[in-house]
Design a protein around this ligand. Structure first.
Ligand SMILES: Cc1cc2nc3c(=O)[nH]c(=O)nc-3n(C[C@H](O)[C@H](O)[C@H](O)COP(=O)(O)OP(=O)(O)OC[C@H]3O[C@@H](n4cnc5c(N)ncnc54)[C@H](O)[C@@H]3O)c2cc1C
Length: 412
């Protein structure tokens, strides 16, 4: 049996970043992933583009990862928020908050292979891929042995056993590791699908991001390099099926009606993909020596662009907690350690999850008093700098207690 300090199940955005972050500490890490992104079409690193908040960019900078992916990033300097057919409107500008950019948009299909290249070059990360975790030992034996043992199966069906103090389950929304650890996940469907595509427009985006609440559902346009934009268009499942079946010309016409002409004519649309949207939350975030991370710990509606950002703040907090535990000699898989981590992260989870969920429910509703209230709220936001500042700090990921990596501190 091979022993490590930490085993990570899943090498998607959360697992790959956690491996690279924690490898900066004196730890031995095993990363287990069934789909190697350089070799196969990875479900994690697909056509999605993700808006990284300013806090997330800072974490990547502190870890030394940002220079490797910076050329893929497109800065967001302004965010426009509007409600289709109503008066409510507000705008956030990076200049008002003394930052270069409110965030950066990165394409996952190009980011994944770069993270993996880094992982392959990091000595204290042992990569097991293609392989997946097929079994873990019982909570009782984890307690008795002071470690968790994990069975891996590779493509040829061969099994091997690894052991560690802590197993991070970063294996996504439908985490089989969470299931094996006896953690139940509550799923609450939004009855919406996100249709995503890259588009080109007549006018330059000038690093503006747009958030528009339409009758069909919320719509976001994020700036990409080469004057393209990444579209996330949320619809009822029936409408999404219709939108997916449109010709490019029909699709552009419908999108133009929903979004308007702020960027002139929409000239081109790329390949379209759709995702069913639901809020996935575990009943508890750890059990025994298994801790959930990334989408397995919380899968959010993408409209506020908070899912991965929240996961990255979790990684930064875990980094701090493990660093402290190493100084004091604490067991990083113990109930006490994991309880403390959970207690520390709970306020950020509560705030981010409930803000995202309320936003979706408030803006996916045609009930007149709600329409009036949300438009008033947008106008109030626009007139009161304090309220706007709070929104901007949340969007940039700086609203809660911040970990050392978020403050740009890399312990030596
Ligand atoms: C349309 C859309 C737009 C989004 N926009 C934003 C945004 O702007 N900002 C933002 O912050 N977030 C955004 N998100 C959320 C973000 O994309 C996700 O939070 C993030 O990509 C999730 O990464 P993950 O690594 O947790 O999960 P995944 O990407 O699902 O990775 C899980 C990995 O685990 C592996 N795996 C599965 N089973 C096993 C096993 N048994 N053993 C080992 N490994 C296993 C899988 O192969 C996979 O590689 C968006 C999401 C969507 C759908």
């Amino acid at each position: 049996m091979k022993k490590f300090d930490i085993i990570i199940a899943g090498g998607g955005m959360a697992g790959a970043t956690a491996a690279l972050a924690l490898a900066r500490l004196p730890l031995t890490i095993a990363l287990v992933e069934p789909v190697a992104p350089q070799l196969d079409a990875s479900p994690s690193f697909d056509q999605r583009a993700v808006a990284l908040s300013a806090a997330s960019v800072k974490i990547f900078k502190t870890l030394g990862i940002w220079p490797k992916i910076q050329s893929l990033g497109c800065p967001i300097n302004d965010i426009h928020i509007s409600d289709q057919g109503h008066f409510g409107f507000t705008r956030l500008h990076a200049d008002d908050y003394g930052v270069d950019a409110l965030g950066q948009v990165i394409p996952l299909d190009q980011t994944g292979p770069i993270l993996w290249q880094e992982i392959r070059q990091t000595k204290n990360i042992q990569l097991y891929s293609p392989a997946n975790i097929s079994a873990i030992d019982s909570i009782e034996s984890q307690q008795q042995n002071g470690q968790i043992s994990v069975k891996l199966r590779d493509d040829s069906g061969e099994q091997q056993t690894l052991a560690s103090q802590l197993l991070l389950a970063a294996d996504g929304t439908f985490s089989s590791t969470a299931k094996m650890a006896g953690i139940q996940i509550q799923r609450d469907s939004y009855q919406q699908h996100a249709v995503i595509a890259n588009i080109s427009t007549e006018l330059a985006h000038n690093n503006r991001a747009f958030e528009r609440f339409t009758n069909q559902g919320p719509l976001a346009l994020l700036p990409l390099t080469r004057n393209r934009m990444s579209l996330v268009w949320c619809q009822t499942p029936e409408n999404a099926a219709t939108v997916m079946s449109y010709t490019d010309h029909e699709f552009i016409q419908q999108l133009q009606t929903a979004f308007g002409y702020r960027l002139g004519q929409i000239s081109k649309v790329g390949e379209r993909t759709q995702y069913p949207l639901a809020l996935h939350l575990p009943k508890k975030v750890f059990n025994g020596r298994v801790l959930l991370l990334g989408n397995s710990a919380h899968t959010l509606h993408p409209i506020a662009g908070q899912g991965f950002n929240l996961g990255l703040r979790d990684i930064a907090a875990l980094f701090d907690s493990i660093l402290q535990a190493q100084t004091s000699g604490e067991d990083i898989g113990s109930e006490r350690f994991l309880n403390n981590y959970q207690a520390q992260r709970q306020p950020d989870w509560n705030q981010t999850i409930s803000a995202t969920d309320s936003l979706v429910r408030l803006f996916s509703n045609d009930f007149l008093p709600l329409v009036i209230a949300r438009n008033k709220a947008l106008c109030v936001l626009d007139k009161f700098p304090f309220a706007k500042q709070k929104l901007a700090m949340t969007a940039m990921g700086f609203s809660g207690e911040s970990a050392q990596l978020t403050r740009g501190i890399m312990p030596t």
